[in-house]
Design a protein around this ligand. Structure first.
Ligand SMILES: C[S@@+](CC[C@H](N)C(=O)[O-])C[C@H]1O[C@@H](n2cnc3c(N)ncnc32)[C@H](O)[C@@H]1O
Length: 358
């Protein structure tokens, strides 16, 4: 194989899992949100731009994936989207530029060779009105400030996809020199309570502590757990922040699409489906959950999704299936409108349909 004109990093399985979900979602975000808005994509930690797996196959990193997706979408649809790529390492920026040339990507991003936090705050200080913006925050470590994420989420229709580097956070939690970094990361001091916890309890404590803070300014916050490819151990979490229930629902289904309907990556065990993980079992569980949660209530389907999508592991399609299965037993459905355009009685479940739980 001829020498490539750019450098690569080694591709690991969990990076592939991250890229697959991310790219699937970005494609949909551009098509849906971009139909009525100009968009911005900001890659806060751009990376080297390309990876090579053990067989020598090349995979691209987030900035290149997004640019290629934009190129493909805009070849068919009218969309206006700007890309900003930030990385502190100048060599990485130069490498990404070489990949754009090699792949003949006809999109011209703005490259910024600087610190993410400084750059983003500078932009927010100086620009009054910002188009809906998707920001990918994917550092190696955990130098991310809660206050900066809060500022980003104040941009109307903005979204954040963020790598919460659990392994490193857990490793350094008791390091006195890192206390200020952790205060900035969590935006309060509650994380300190987790220092005395162990194992799973500590992991859950840290994740919930972080999510509670994010929920103060982002309506929907969902996290995806990614394990190491060859250990039964958490590597990191990907957090998705959006103020629209549909964003949350779509990101979950983008992730689940590559993981047998699951919203987590389980390393080597990822392609083994446990006895209690089949779709039928999952739907039955959800039916029990809905029965208990909504007994005696009336809610539109959309209200149920809005209330549950970032609180449970179930996908929007699971809710639809469960409600259809429960119809006439534990609940009835008032369909609005009751008939299709051709005058036939509707049988599906749509957002405005009212679910009347017995
Ligand atoms: C995990 S890599 C990003 C991978 C990339 N998102 C992808 O999908 O291929 C993290 C990158 O962040 C860069 N970086 C580290 N600290 C930074 C900072 N404070 N501001 C901006 N970039 C930084 C590193 O140089 C590195 O290229």
């Amino acid at each position: 194989m001829s020498q490539l004109p750019f450098k690569t990093w080694e591709y690991e399985e969990q990076t592939k899992a991250k890229h697959e979900a991310f790219n699937d979602y970005i494609d949909k975000w551009i098509k849906i949100v971009g139909a009525y808005n100009k968009l911005n994509y900001i890659d806060g930690f751009g990376g080297i731009g390309a990876y090579k797996d053990r067989d020598g196959k090349i995979y691209y990193g987030s900035p290149v994936l997004v640019a290629k997706t934009i190129q493909s979408v805009t070849s068919k649809l009218q969309r206006a989207i700007k890309i900003l790529i930030i990385d502190k390492n100048e060599n990485n920026i130069e490498n990404i530029k070489k990949i754009f040339e090699y792949e003949q990507i006809n999109i011209e991003p703005i490259f910024i060779n600087s610190d993410f936090d400084r750059t983003i705050n500078h932009i927010l200080d100086n620009i009054q009105s910002i188009a809906p913006t998707f920001i990918f925050i994917d550092p190696f470590g955990f130098k991310i400030k809660m206050s900066t994420i809060e500022r980003i989420m104040q941009i109307e229709k903005s979204e954040v996809f963020l790598n919460f580097m659990f392994t490193r956070i857990n490793q350094f939690l008791s390091d006195k020199k890192k206390e200020n970094t952790f205060d900035d990361l969590f935006g309060n001091y509650d994380w300190k309570k987790c220092k005395d916890l162990k194992g799973e309890e500590r992991e859950k404590g840290l994740i919930e502590c972080y999510r509670n803070q994010l929920k103060k300014f982002s309506k929907y916050v969902y996290y995806f757990k990614l394990e190491f490819p060859s250990k039964r151990k958490t590597y990191y979490y990907l957090f998705h922040l959006t103020n629209h229930y549909l964003g949350c629902a779509i990101m979950k289904s983008s992730f689940a699409k590559f993981h047998y309907g699951r919203v987590e990556y389980r390393g080597m065990r990822d392609n083994q489906l446990g006895l209690f993980e089949s779709k039928d079992v999952r739907i039955n569980e959800l039916m029990d959950y809905l029965k208990n949660k909504y007994r005696g209530y009336q809610k539109s389907f959309q209200q149920i999704i809005e209330e549950q999508i970032d609180e449970t592991e179930y996908l929007e399609s699971h809710f639809r299936d469960a409600i259809k299965k429960m119809e006439n037993n534990n609940l009835s459905v008032s369909r609005i409108p009751p008939k299709t355009k051709t005058g036939r009685a509707r049988t599906g479940i749509q957002n405005q349909d009212v679910i009347i739980f017995k």
